[in-house]
Design a protein around this ligand. Structure first.
Ligand SMILES: [Zn+2]
Length: 344
């Protein structure tokens, strides 16, 4: 019988794609295959990503986001009411310009988006599986709205759609549903006004565990430049953690290792489970097990051991496969050190 292991490890999200599926070591690169070949190619890539996680000893596994090109727009592509042809340029998270699709009518999900992919993953493993979906506020921030002309109204439409998808993922055997909400780290007033309520709507009625992932973004230049403007201490989490503590979500996933987030901020979500980022995704240096263990020991001052989930700061899609593998191994090895300390 499987016992409930302390400190279950997982990654926050994406893993590198094989070079035959999409250009490696870059974000959001287009598929190299089409049609039926693409369907089979994504399944094969999922198998590889799963095997890499299992060989590294990761406890809670994912599809490594082999099923999507972009963590937000691949989901939106499957919805009615969004025009991908006539795009507009907007500023993403007040940080960088991007050409984005346009909302031109009522948004609606006609068919499940990731449910078949989740069933495929479920059939490959007995480990707990986690599935990521974009959060409603981050979805709104990745579009130009020509129809609702109201961020809150559009976000609540998306929350209803995410909820439908999440319930079907749960029925397909997903154990943990994750909402990616990097926008929570930027739009504090909106988070308080409607962001938390909207997230609660997205996870309403789910019996599986839920995560909200709030990070400082992938290691791309726009993000690393932004981080340089944040000063000697990153206190963004201080704005949203009290609200998240009082929300319906079970687990909060955040960035810690190599960041300037003061560890004591974790005390603000006391009572929630916390996926603590102990692996930096913005550089190629592979953490030593001892570095991982140190970050976990610090986190344990503010998070109870049975609520601590060691993880990565964010997705590893832009890294090489070798580096991602090394970082997953370090995650497992560092966690093992702390597990033994806790058992002693
Ligand atoms: Zn992230």
């Amino acid at each position: 019988m499987m016992t409930n292991k302390l400190l279950p490890t997982s990654t926050a999200g994406s893993l590198p794609k094989p070079s035959w599926l999409a250009k490696p070591e870059s974000l959001w690169s287009p598929w190299k295959l089409t049609g039926e070949e693409l369907v089979l190619g994504k399944q094969d890539a999922l198998r590889v990503a799963l095997q890499e996680q299992q060989l590294a000893g990761i406890d809670i596994v994912t599809d490594g986001e082999q099923t999507r090109q972009h963590f937000v727009t691949t989901f939106i592509e499957h919805l009615d009411g969004v025009d991908f042809e006539e795009r507009r340029t907007v500023k993403i998270r007040d940080r960088y310009d991007a050409s984005v699709p346009r909302v031109v009518g009522p948004v609606k999900r006609r068919l499940p988006v990731f449910v078949e992919d989740a069933k495929f993953l479920r059939a490959q493993t007995d480990r707990r599986i986690k599935w990521a979906l974009p959060g409603p506020m981050t979805m709104v921030d990745t579009l130009y709205d020509d129809y609702y002309k109201n961020r809150k109204a559009l976000a609540f439409e998306f929350a209803g759609i995410i909820n439908q998808e999440a319930k079907e993922l749960e029925a397909a055997g997903v154990d943990i549903i994750q909402l990616d909400e990097p926008a929570f780290n930027v739009f504090f007033d909106e988070v308080k006004d409607w962001g938390i309520a909207c997230m609660n709507r997205a996870i309403e009625g789910l019996r599986c565990e839920t995560v909200v992932h709030v990070c400082y973004g992938y290691g791309i230049k726009a993000n690393t430049d932004w981080k340089k403007t944040l000063g000697s201490e990153w206190r963004q989490y201080e704005e949203v953690f009290p609200q998240l503590q009082a929300s319906d979500v079970d687990i909060i996933s955040l960035e810690c290792h190599n960041s300037l987030v003061p560890m004591e901020l974790l005390g603000l979500v006391r009572g929630k489970k916390v996926m603590v980022g102990v692996i930096d995704v913005a550089n190629d240096a592979i953490e030593t097990p001892e570095e991982v263990a140190n970050t976990l020991r610090e986190a344990l001052q503010y998070v109870d051991a049975d609520k601590l989930y060691p993880s990565t700061n964010c997705g590893m899609a832009p890294l090489s496969r070798q580096v991602a593998r090394g970082k997953m191994n370090a995650l497992r090895a560092g966690t093992e050190i702390v597990r033994q300390e806790l058992a002693a």
